[in-house]
Design a protein around this ligand. Structure first.
Ligand code: UT7
Length: 333
């Protein structure tokens, strides 16, 4: 049976870095609070107002093409997970394909907040497994700084900008995506959302004055749901596939809060040496966190490694993917 394997990863982060010390100067916070409550020490923020999510994605997908030797015209399908599209429509996936010259691809944006990348990975895999397509690109990209209120200390310390991309190709050796469990519960809407800009609250002077174009998060409630659901779904996918903690080589978890990631690892019985982490450098890049983690740690991953990917985010949305890594790499590129 054909499996869908990740055969290349790439990423992009804007150059500009905002440290906790920088935030101390603009809001009532401390490096100590941010570090102990979240694990975040800095985040990348795009300063150029002319740049948008598609521009980060162009950099990541161009690097993906370079690393894999793939021409943009070879891409069959491109799925872009984001909550910060360039515009409400058309899809940023379409804008991206035009910018990189992926003239034979079709694609769409996928809105599942922090679970966007795993939703996209599971969706894209279907097109490979059925034999329909040979090259599917999944992008997780968010320019969170464009929807964050930098006067709101409860959200502005957490989020950052960034983008990651992976290439999915057919594999006949049993490597690649083995299983996934995905969930959604729209009752979570009240706790994590952006109120305006859609059909419910179209943009107006009022929506701007009332700061309705920013992320609203009830942190503690989201935290509790995230800890419980990410931990449970990660343990469940192990159980379903008869994996013990010893069988798992790495946990690749959405980077929202170091404490949520540690709780997930603990529920799985997986030691901290198997937990991949880069939240300290990038913060929460929403759909970007998981492909950025794979990019950062690609050089460490070995063919056949059992990897559990898990995420939780706005919606609520959550899930886990079990995959066998398909290749060895020498160094980060
Ligand atoms: O990625 C998608 C899903 N999102 C998540 O998974 C995020 C889940 N939530 C969280 O990670 C955490 O809830 C936060 C990091 C957002 C907040 O951490 P917390 O430990 O839950 O803090 P809290 O909201 O319970 O606030 C504790 C205190 C409050 O002060 P009082 O009322 O106890 O005096 C807050 O006002 O910390 C205060 N506080 C801050 N203090 C300094 C909140 N933000 C800050 C800040 N600096 N930046």
């Amino acid at each position: 049976m054909i499996k869908a394997a990740i055969t290349a990863v790439a990423g992009f982060l804007p150059d500009n870095i905002v440290t906790n010390a920088d935030l101390e100067k603009i809001i009532d916070t401390t490096d100590e609070w941010i570090t102990t409550r979240t694990g975040i020490q800095q985040r990348h923020i795009e300063k150029d107002p002319k740049k948008a999510t598609s521009d980060m994605a162009v950099e990541a997908v161009n690097l993906l093409c370079k690393k894999s030797g793939m021409k943009p015209t070879e891409i069959d399908l491109l799925i872009l997970a984001t909550v910060t599209p360039d515009m409400v429509f058309p899809a940023t996936a379409n804008i991206l394909c035009a910018k990189i010259g992926a003239t034979n691809a079709w694609g769409f944006d996928l809105s599942a907040a922090c679970s966007g990348f795993i939703y996209g990975l599971a969706t894209g895999a279907q097109f490979i497994e059925t034999g329909r397509y040979k090259k599917v690109v999944i992008v997780g990209a968010d320019m969170m700084s464009r929807i964050i209120d930098y006067e709101d200390r409860t959200t502005c310390v957490i989020f950052g900008d960034g983008c990651g991309a992976i290439l999915l190709e057919p594999n006949n050796e049993g490597m690649g995506i083995q299983d996934f469990i995905l969930h959604a519960d729209g009752n979570g809407v009240n706790y994590l959302h952006m109120k305006a800009g859609g059909s419910l609250n179209p943009s107006s002077m009022d929506t701007v004055t009332n700061k309705m174009h920013y992320v609203h998060q009830e942190g503690q409630t989201v935290f509790k749901h995230a800890v419980y659901n990410m931990a449970e779904v990660s343990a469940k996918i192990m159980e379903k596939n008869n994996l013990t903690a010893d069988d798992v080589n790495y946990l690749v978890a959405h980077q929202a809060n170091k404490r949520i990631i540690e709780a997930t690892a603990s529920r799985m019985g997986v030691g901290s040496e198997k937990v991949l982490m880069n939240i300290q450098r990038y913060g929460n890049t929403t759909a970007g966190t998981i492909p950025l983690l794979l990019w950062d740690y690609e050089h460490q991953l070995k063919k056949g490694d059992n990897i559990i990917i898990s995420a939780f985010g706005g919606g609520f949305t959550w899930g886990a993917i079990y995959l066998k890594w398909a290749y060895d790499t020498k160094a980060k590129a």
